[in-house]
Ligand binder design. Structure first.
Ligand SMILES: NC(=O)C1=CN([C@@H]2O[C@H](COP(=O)(O)OP(=O)(O)OC[C@H]3O[C@@H](n4cnc5c(N)ncnc54)[C@H](O)[C@@H]3O)[C@@H](O)[C@H]2O)C=CC1
Ligand SMILES: O=C(O)CCC(=O)C(=O)O
Length: 416
């Protein structure tokens, strides 16, 4: 098995969690492969008049529990297998937090930093045109992921609505507020990472206030989680982005680091602190490590050097399966991605509900519902750990999710 391949990691995680559940072998295979995959070539005119082509995907992994749901990634390393794995993680994520959705994910293999805003808009609208027949408010609902945000979601919605000749804001979530977005969606994923950290520290009887924290990936998820952790009294000593990291023993103020990143281009432009490599940030001697960049950041070679004894996964799949096994065997407590970063899709669900009702909520109501759902899911998983004989948190989360998916598929008459 190529354990650095995210799809191999996903399949290993599912196999392990499914073992005691004695699933029909066909059902197990069904939990490891997508229902459907769109792979398409976008032909888009660049600002200088040239036509450039881009490979784009949408994977619809499982729809037993509701419409496919999941983000859209713009990154040069987007591949078919990566998108399938990410859509699988979405399936188990929506199930573990009890949302009435299945899992999907999409992506375009390109670097948006090498394109103008007008080119990114044309690429996005071309992609939306390809997606139009397979997405829909009750069919498949895209959202933001790496290098996409409100702007891209607004374009997707506009293209869909124009082609369909209707208004259907709930076809996409993560939109700007005036385009039908929900209060609290931008911060939702980082907020849930913070809540997961708070819950696991309480569960371990440890104090989050004063705990040292390192955050890999200072984007939407990592920067927001760092800010909430700092506000809760944790000591965020290091953060990184794709250009490198910065370390300050007495603690960084994530709001200041974000201002430096916006003024320059990276957290390494911050005016205080020592510069570190990305690898240094992952192996610091801290109480809490939050990998919040891309999958496979910690592999079997790096795992022995990881010193944190609590890891809360902000990214999807940041640990390869063999790294995960190594760290579990050293009793490192790992709060899995499918729970820790579920805040994004929880608030996407609340946005979809608000879009369908055409009635919008105050941010306090959104945040309170997000918190209730993360706390309830965390409790359910820790109870499952005890009931099923000391499983790790990831395996427990998968077994809760698999039970729900299996039950829904059985009730539909699809699975035994
Ligand atoms: N945006 C969302 O609502 C959700 C995102 N996620 C996951 O969280 C992760 C991050 O997503 P976003 O914050 O939305 O993306 P983003 O594009 O806002 O930020 C990603 C950050 O990671 C940094 N990065 C990339 N490679 C790196 C490396 N090797 N070392 C250190 N930093 C590196 C980038 O410079 C950037 O700062 C992804 O795995 C994504 O799938 C999960 C749930 C929801
Ligand atoms: O908000 C959503 O629908 C999905 C966000 C996402 O892509 C994720 O949770 O990985």
């Amino acid at each position: 098995m190529d354990t650095t391949n995210p799809l191999a990691s996903l399949r290993a995680q599912v196999t392990r969690a499914a073992e005691p559940l004695e699933l029909d072998p066909g059902v197990l295979d069904g939990l490891k492969a997508p229902d459907r995959l769109l792979e398409t070539t976008l032909e888009v005119r660049m600002d200088d008049g040239r036509i450039e082509t881009f490979t784009a995907y949408r994977s619809q992994f499982d729809g037993a529990r509701g419409p496919y749901k999941g983000g859209i990634r713009y990154h040069p390393q987007v591949t078919r297998e990566e998108v399938i794995a990410l859509s699988g993680w979405m399936t188990f994520k929506t199930a573990v937090v009890g949302l009435p959705f299945g899992g999907g994910k999409g992506g375009i293999a390109f670097d948006p930093r090498s394109h103008s805003a007008a080119e990114i808009e044309r690429i996005t609208r071309s992609y939306a045109t390809e997606l139009r027949p397979i997405i829909g408010v009750d069919r498949d609902i895209p959202a933001p992921d790496v290098n996409t945000g409100q702007r891209e979601m607004n374009w997707l919605k506009d293209t869909y609505e124009t082609l369909e000749g209707t208004t259907e804001p709930g076809v996409v979530t993560g939109k700007a507020i005036e385009s039908g977005g929900s209060a609290g969606r931008v911060e939702a994923t980082g907020r849930s990472v913070f809540l997961a950290a708070r819950e696991v520290f309480a569960h371990l009887d440890r104090d989050l206030s004063g705990a040292t924290v390192a955050v890999q990936g200072f984007g939407n998820v990592g920067a927001t989680a760092a800010r909430f952790l700092h506000e809760a009294g944790a000591n965020v000593v290091a953060v990184s982005d794709s250009s490198g990291g910065v370390y300050l023993e007495s603690g960084l103020d994530p709001t200041d680091v974000l201002a430096s990143k916006r003024e320059g281009d990276s957290v390494v432009d911050h005016h205080v602190g020592e510069k570190l490599t990305n690898e240094d940030v992952l192996t610091l001697d801290v109480d809490l490590l939050i990998p919040a960049a891309l999958e496979g950041a910690i592999d079997a070679d790096l795992a022995p050097a990881v010193q944190a004894d609590v890891i809360v996964e902000g990214a999807n799949g940041p640990l390869t399966d063999d790294a995960d096994r190594q760290l579990q065997s050293r009793d490192v407590t790992i709060v899995p991605d499918i729970l820790a970063n579920a805040g994004g899709v929880i608030v996407s669900y609340l946005e979809w509900v608000q879009n369908r009702q055409r009635h919008y909520w105050e941010e306090s109501r959104v945040n309170a519902e997000l918190e209730d759902r993360i706390v309830a899911a965390f409790e359910e998983i820790t109870e499952t750990v005890e009931e099923r004989g000391g499983l790790d948190l990831r395996t427990a989360a998968y077994s809760v999710a698999i039970d729900r998916i299996r039950q829904a598929a059985a009730e539909r008459g699809v699975w035994p």
